[in-house]
Design a protein around this ligand. Structure first.
Ligand code: NAG
Ligand code: NAG
Ligand code: NAG
Length: 893
């Protein structure tokens, strides 16, 4: 190896020393394709022993040019004839010396027939060309490599590179002695298109390299051994009814042969389906050639496509395939009706009822908008009684009645329905179709029907009872009679109208009042029901317009008007009158004060507006209440003299201050005040008894001031509840006569004296009634009313004794007496318990109860505002000023 390196260095030195001596080979033979496209590099001129940049290269053939780097390039597409092309390449170096290379281009096909023998190669030779798929016999000699050194030395050659000692090993064979290069088996260009190997030459005895290594290139020439293949899908789609030359799609193909050769240039053709389609031979684009594509006839077309390489030449390789062309749907078929006409029946008065299914056919693609039907009613639906829907599953039309039909009016209906698609029609001259439908309406026995369903009547208010205001009858819709109908009132809020059962006559039953709350805006409604002989019913409404009558006069305010007194000023008040009637029976009002009255000089009335007037003071008047007569009339002059009450006072904040002087206590007020006093008296008596029975000396205040007791009761105020049993009848009374009899009774005397004056009074009234006996038995005291004993002859435990019974008493009186006796016993018990118990508690109990009058009391409620008969309580007015104070408690009155 050291020897080899040494030789290499010597060679390199040799090259450097000869750098100026450029030269190009005198001959160049090339096998080329018969067609050389523009711009293709044919070969590279190789220059020995100098830099190519220093040479000027030119070419004698007008179609070729030589680039700076030595590439021989076509200027245009060159066709190499079978005779070949010959021209010269001239190289001129910097010294001006020229060298010429004769170039011969041969058609490739010739190349194998005359194997070129190469010798004396001092530059890289053009590639060896090996034809692929050679049939042999193998090994087949290709070329001999000879080195110039073989002339001087006895040499041997070595070969290295792919195909020989590198993968794929074993393709080539090489004779070390002769330099013969041969192939062992057929080549496959599609597997290995070119090889690059290196040849070295050595001196046999010294094993030293005696020449430069020679690179050799082996090119495998293509043979058209691969069939074209389809690439991409062969599924295409085009709308039916497409016009001529519509593009369907493009068929693509591949070919594994040499892409530079015609072996890959495929020509397309159709073997079937040429009546409908054609294919562009070069591009493979399929177009339609007919307008007769109809999806409904045939929705898929299979066409055979042929690929032929080598530009379709007769020796080209052929592949066929089937392209599927699917026709897409357009809406070129309207839906058609399965029958020329339809009939159906429907009951009258039916609603939202399916009447008829209308089946249709559509040839277009199912479940698309070209197929889905849509229906339009073109005739017979002027009143909007019908609707046609589509059944999305069956595509049928569904005819519905949506508004009831009336057999009496329309016993039959002639309809016309048009069937459409969701999509509009295309590619056809056909129109949407219609179908007639005869619809029979069947009769149904209907109930009575009021005609009209709302009747309007006008009635004057206050129309006399029994006046007929109208007749409202119903008819049978079938027979148009109202025979045997009965009429009933359904609503009549104010019960003003009666309906005659048999005739439907409407009569006034009661005074109709326009001002009633039942009348809204002068309208009063009643509803009436008619019932036919088969109990079918119908209802109707009567809307009564109530006309106004001047039945109301203008009214002045009834409450007291306040006139605030001002120093040196004559005051006035505004009177506003009201009339419930409507114009012209109301405003404007006329106000006047009668000239003959004495008010004339004190007051004057002036009109303020349509409904109000000013009442003006003419002279200074004393404070207090004044009644003034004023005449108010409505527009019709109807009205009456009315009294206006005006209070003149010194105002505080525009109102009269508390009107002290005017408090007049009504009899009920007095009663309300008095009752607690009576009850208090009772209480005191009870307490007295309590003290008596419990042996405890009750310290009663001296009765020197009876008024004190009254004031106390006043502080008790009103409204406490009282055990009613205490009030049904007083069981204890104080008899003025009995006082003396009780002289020895200890402390009870004091209590009786305390209530002395009122005791007189109550006793007298009770005696007048002559009704009871109080009988209290305690452990050590017996008290009997003298009076009762005298009157009833009763004694002991309330027993009625026969002797001396006054025949004035009725059985009612006796039962009343029983009540009294029962109450007496209750009170006895009560008192007894009070004796046993802590007195404070019972006293409390009694005080809490005394204000309640209970049920059945003659006094009724003690509430401030309760009312009562006036007469018998007049005495209360005479009770003196102390009661006034009490009365003010009830100042609400
Ligand atoms: C064929 O090739 C063209 C262009 O690349 C492409 O548009 C077309 O879709 C291809 N056709 C098929 C069927 O793959
Ligand atoms: C009509 O009759 C009703 C009751 O039957 C009666 O209250 C009313 O006063 C009568 N009206 C007239 C104007 O007779
Ligand atoms: C009376 O009936 C009419 C018609 O139905 C209606 O418009 C009106 O509101 C009703 N009036 C009353 C007060 O019910």
């Amino acid at each position: 190896m050291a020897k080899g390196e040494f030789l290499l260095i010597i060679c390199a030195l040799m090259v450097i020393s000869r750098v100026q001596a450029c030269y190009i080979p005198p001959n160049l033979d090339l096998n080329v394709h018969n067609k050389l496209p523009k711009g293709s590099t044919v070969t590279t001129v190789e220059v020995a022993d100098c830099d190519i940049k220093s040479l000027k290269l030119s070419c004698t053939h007008p179609d070729f040019t030589i680039e700076k780097n030595g590439d021989l390039v076509t200027k245009t597409t060159v066709y190499v004839s079978s005779r070949g092309e010959t021209f010269s390449v001239i190289a001129q170096d910097s010294t001006g010396s020229q060298s010429v290379m004769e170039v011969s281009l041969h058609q490739e096909i010739q190349h194998n027939s005359n194997l070129l023998r190469r010798s004396k190669r001092r530059w890289a030779p053009p590639p060896f060309n090996v034809r692929e798929n050679d049939l042999g016999p193998f090994p087949k000699e290709i070329d001999k490599i000879v080195s110039d050194a073989s002339a001087k030395y006895s040499v041997y050659y070595t070969l290295s590179g792919p195909g020989y000692n590198e993968a794929p090993v074993g393709l080539f064979n090489f004779d070390r002695k002769t330099g013969m290069f041969s192939i062992n088996k057929p080549m496959d260009r599609e597997q290995y298109a070119r090889f690059e190997l290196l040849v070295n030459v050595y001196e046999e005895t010294t094993n030293t390299m005696v020449d430069k290594p020679l690179p050799i290139k082996i090119e495998v020439d293509d043979v058209n051994d691969n069939h074209p293949q389809f690439s991409g899908s062969l599924q295409f789609s085009v709308p039916e009814q497409s016009s001529k030359y519509t593009v369907v799609g493009q068929v693509n193909s591949t070919d594994r042969d040499d892409p530079k050769s015609a072996h890959v240039r495929v020509r397309y053709s159709l073997l079937t389906g040429t009546d409908l389609f054609s294919i562009d031979p070069v591009s493979g684009v399929i177009t339609t050639v007919s307008t007769a594509l109809d999806r409904e006839t045939k929705d898929k077309h299979m066409v055979t496509v042929q690929l032929k390489d080598n530009e379709g030449a007769s020796n080209g390789l052929v592949t066929t395939g089937t392209a599927t062309i699917t026709l897409s749907d357009i809406n070129d078929n309207p839906p058609t009706f399965k029958q020329p006409s339809f009939t159906a029946t429907v009951q009258e008065n039916e609603m939202e009822k399916l009447v008829l299914r209308i089946p249709v056919d559509d040839k277009d693609l199912i479940n698309t908008d070209n197929w889905f039907s849509k229906f339009v009613l073109t005739k017979g639906n002027e009143n909007g009684n019908f609707r046609v829907d589509s059944d999305p599953k069956t595509n049928e039309g569904l005819l519905y009645v949506i508004k009831p039909l009336d057999f009496e009016k329309t016993p039959s209906v002639k309809l016309e329905v048009m069937a459409q698609n969701k999509a509009s029609l295309k590619g056809t001259s056909a129109q949407w179709l219609t179908v007639p439908i005869d619809l029979t309406v069947t009769n149904v026995d209907e109930g009575p029907e009021f005609i009209p369903s709302i009747k309007y009547l006008t009635v004057k208010e206050n129309t006399p009872n029994g006046t007929v205001i109208g007749t409202y009858i119903a008819l049978d819709p079938e027979t148009k009679t109202s025979l045997g109908f009965k009429y009933y009132k359904v609503t009549d809020p104010a019960s003003w109208i009666t309906v005659e059962r048999g005739t439907g006559e409407l009569k006034v039953a009661n005074t109709i009042d326009r001002e009633s709350s039942y009348v809204k805006d002068g309208i009063y409604n009643i509803t009436v029901r008619a019932v036919d002989t088969s109990s079918k019913t119908g209802t109707g409404t009567v809307v009564i317009t109530v006309e106004d009558v001047n039945d109301n006069i203008p009214k002045l305010p009834s409450e007291e008007l306040v006139l605030c007194e001002k120093e040196g000023d004559l005051g006035s008040v505004v009177l506003v009158a009201e009339d419930k009637d409507q114009p012209p029976f109301a405003e404007p009002f006329t106000f006047s004060s009668p000239s003959d009255s004495q008010d004339d000089s004190k007051w004057t009335v002036t009109k303020l507006n349509d409904s109000a007037a000013t009442l003006q003071q003419l002279t200074e008047l004393h404070t207090g209440v004044h009644d003034i007569n004023v005449l108010v009339t409505d527009l019709q002059g109807s009205g009456t003299l009315q009294t206006v009450r005006v209070r003149i006072c010194r105002c505080v904040n525009g109102v009269c201050p508390a009107q002290k002087s005017s408090i007049t206590m009504g009899p009920m007020g007095w009663l309300a005040l008095l009752l607690p006093l009576l009850l208090l008296l009772l209480l005191l008596l009870l307490l007295g008894f309590l003290c008596l029975t419990s042996h405890q000396k009750l310290q009663m205040d001296d009765a020197a001031e009876s008024g004190g007791v009254l004031l106390k009761s006043n502080t008790e105020a009103l409204g406490e509840e009282v055990d009613s049993s205490l009030l049904v009848g007083p069981s204890v009374t104080v008899d003025s006569g009995g006082m003396g009899g009780m002289g020895g009774m200890g402390s009870i005397k004091g209590s009786v004296v305390n209530a002395g004056w009122i005791g007189n009074k109550s006793t007298s009234s009770m005696q007048e009634n002559g009704m009871y006996k109080g009988n209290i038995v305690t452990s050590d005291t017996q008290y009997t009313s003298n009076y009762a004993e005298q009157q009833f002859g009763m004694y002991g435990e309330g027993q009625l004794l026969g002797n001396g019974f006054d025949n004035r008493f009725t059985s009612q009186d006796i039962s009343l007496l029983h009540t009294w006796q029962t109450n007496g016993r209750y009170l006895d018990q009560k008192l007894y318990f009070m004796g046993e118990e802590d007195e404070g508690r019972y006293a409390d109990d009694v005080v809490h109860s005394y204000g309640f009058e209970g049920v059945g009391s003659v006094a009724g409620s003690v509430g401030c505002c309760s009312d009562f008969g006036e007469e018998s309580l007049d005495f209360l007015d005479r009770l003196g000023p102390k009661f006034k104070t009490l009365a003010e408690v009830c100042s609400k009155r």
